[in-house]
Design a protein around this ligand. Sequence first.
Ligand SMILES: Cc1ncc(COP(=O)(O)O)c(C=O)c1O
Length: 377
Amino acid sequence: MNIPFNKPYMTGKELGYISQAHARGHLSGDGAFTKQCNAWLEHRIGSRKALLTHSCTAALEMAAILADLQPGDEVIMPSFTFVSTANAFVLRGGVPVFVDIHPDTLNIDETKIDAAVTVRTRAIVVVHYAGVGCAMDAIMETARKHKLLVIEDAAQGIMSTYKGHPLGAIGQLATVSFHETKNIISGEGGALLVNAEQFTERAEIIREKGTNRSQFFRGQVDKYTWVDIGSSYLPGEIIGAFLWAQMEEAEAITKRRLQMWETYHQSLAHMEKMGKIRRPIVPAECRHNAHMYYILLPDLRRRTEFIARLKENDIGAVFHYVPLHDSPMGIKYCRTAGELPVTREMSDRLVRLPLWLGLEEHLADTIDKITDTIGRL
Ligand SMILES: Cc1ncc(COP(=O)(O)O)c(C=O)c1O
């Protein structure tokens, strides 16, 4: 395909750092590059502790263990999200309870959370869709009122802010992704961000197979042993080395993505005026990271046709998410609170357009073809 939907960007320094890690001979987890990445996240986001993991999925599973769910405990979240947001809690015996999303940001509708709370509710998991922050003030207030934990699934949210606070800094726990489709990448990769003091020690243990090995390496205990449940959630040092090359350029990467996002946004304004599409809406209190540019077509039929016609023009465009409440696992292990009409509608109408570093030189031509295709629908 001429213009793929995604093309991972490499800064050029990745292999140099990987060969440094190789020369140092420390290839397992928590080597020098991994520690540099953790420190970068702590500094950038302001978390008490950041721990690289091998995926955002792994970080969500760690968050679910930290939430200490008992079988049947409920976790409120949107159905319009990636599988891992819910699966992590189902693995602990929890019950995801889905509420609808806002038609503007496609983020969880904070006004619907209160009514979804029951005596079994333990946590709210928010998803900052497209790197645009959820209405965190209202969500934190609802959580305080009902004494619930807030976990931010900031898989798409690195370098974004809500009212000046980095996404991932607001809930007690948060997770990010460095999967190759994200802005800053390591192939597969992620991190757990711990913002509440009470979770810092246990998070380290869970990540190290339920052992207190990190304390042993710091000289805090004289031998290490099995002290809790956990798993192998830490990535090898090669991943840390790769990721460090990306973190060093995080500002420049975000800037270039934002420029392309703006070009799409301005170029498609007239299509919105003509009523052919709807463009993304970013609330004034949110600074986003241009993780994705999507458009909403009028209905499923036109979306299907749009994607097929772009494919004929060698342009990759994709849709998501299939709402979790309609999936076989969603039906078996989860429940909904109220109707989810916005989730259903948006998942039928949404298309993500190509957005990757290097697309700049083809962007005008790509947008021309996209505009032409929309016009013919
Ligand atoms: C909202 C959300 N949560 C979690 C994940 C899982 O991330 P990873 O692939 O790093 O496990 C993704 C991945 O796309 C995502 O979009």
